[in-house]
Write a protein that binds this ligand. Structure first.
Ligand code: AMP
Ligand code: MG
Length: 347
């Protein structure tokens, strides 16, 4: 053993190559802490690459935020009811992807759900049910059929005045994916980018089969994860009602809204989707939470490369169901998490 180690050190110093070291960075964007964990033999490169990746996330935040009235997204919404508006390639692509999932999910994933999401944000703050009138108005403004995308002109037309788009169900996974792309361009090929419940990874840590990611338990998300996956070149997202919900008259309404009713979803659950890219895993997890286990898992089965773990609590009993491809996702032993970044808690 000693001899082998000596030879390894000797040969690597002869070749002049430093072994890769682990670096971790954190910044707040999109209202969440984003973390980047990466391996690189060069500290300067690691810092430059992380800087470029965070800058990309910040740029997407500035374009896609529904909290910032100056974002490109909100300026587009200001012109709802008017003529087509030219938009940036980033905004157009994310809206195109969102509308495609709207169609595939039978309307469960719908980024025009903004007016209803705002009603439920207020309901959480005031602990009061939105009025029937406000819910009816939100419903009348919610449908991606009212969002017209013209790829040739790269324009978006929102048919009705008052429409509000909300990319909260896809933006963090999409941004994590973009950040992994920037890290690769910078020469970093072994990295993890996490924005709360959305994680994207490239090549595994040196000598490891994958990045270990743990899914927080449904009942007590602060507790030690119960399930662990080992992932490489993949994305994983968790959606659910664990942290953001409001209880009114004994019913618990999640921050995820059923676009057909404009009501917060009342299912108690946590949906974890593994796929090839962060936009897909993020949006699909949100869609599956709206659809419920049966229709949700059918949507996952119909999505190439996607797998889903659905943990729910009904009548006081916690049960877990998995889509078929989940059996092909490698599991990992507990206690090997790559730092706090790799804990999936739905937000
Ligand atoms: P996630 O944590 O990825 O499931 O995203 C939840 C966020 O997506 C919510 O806080 C809303 O901003 C937004 N959202 C809520 N309901 C929907 C829906 N049915 N389709 C798309 N986005 C939604
Ligand atoms: Mg999502």
């Amino acid at each position: 053993m000693t001899v082998v180690l000596f030879c390894m050190i000797f040969s690597s110093s002869v070749a002049g190559a430093e072994p890769p070291a682990r670096f971790e960075f954190a910044e707040t964007h999109m209202g969440s802490e984003f973390r980047i964990v990466l391996y690189s033999p060069d500290g300067g490169l690691a810092r430059r690459a992380a800087r470029a990746a965070f800058d990309r996330i910040a740029g997407l935040d500035a374009a896609l935020s529904d909290y910032n009235p100056e974002s490109e997204l909100m300026r587009l919404c200001d012109r709802a009811g008017g003529p087509p508006v030219p938009v940036s390639p980033d905004l157009f692509s994310i809206l195109q992807r969102s509308k495609a999932l709207y169609e595939r999910s039978g309307g469960a994933f719908d980024v025009t759900v903004g007016p209803a999401v705002r009603q439920w944000r207020r309901a959480r703050r005031d602990r009061k049910m939105p009025t029937a009138e406000n819910l009816a108005r939100a419903r009348s403004l919610t449908s991606s059929e009212l969002m017209h995308l013209d790829p040739a002109a790269r324009t978006v037309r929102l048919e009705k005045d008052g429409m509000k788009l909300d990319l909260g169900g896809i933006a963090k996974g999409w941004a994590s994916d973009a950040a992994i792309g920037v890290l690769k361009e910078q020469g970093v090929t072994s990295a993890l980018v996490a924005g709360a419940g959305d994680i994207v990874v490239s090549g595994p840590p040196p000598g490891e089969p994958g990045w270990v990611v743990g899914v927080a338990p449904l009942e007590d998300p602060g507790e030690t994860p119960e399930r662990y996956f080992s992932l490489r070149d993949a994305a994983v997202s968790t959606s659910g009602d664990a942290e953001r919900f409001v209880e009114i008259d004994g019913r618990r309404y999640a921050h995820i809204v059923d676009p057909r009713t404009a009501l917060g979803v009342v299912e108690r659950g946590s949906v974890t989707v593994v796929s090839k890219d962060g936009g897909t895993s993020d949006a699909l997890a949100t869609a599956v939470f709206v659809l419920g286990p049966e229709r949700g898992l059918a949507l996952v089965e119909a999505t190439p490369g996607a797998a889903c773990l659905y943990v729910r609590k009904a009548d006081g009993v916690v049960t877990a169901v998995e889509s078929a491809r989940m059996s092909g996702v490698p599991r990992a032993a507990p206690g090997e998490l790559e730092g706090p970044a790799a804990r999936l808690v739905p937000r």
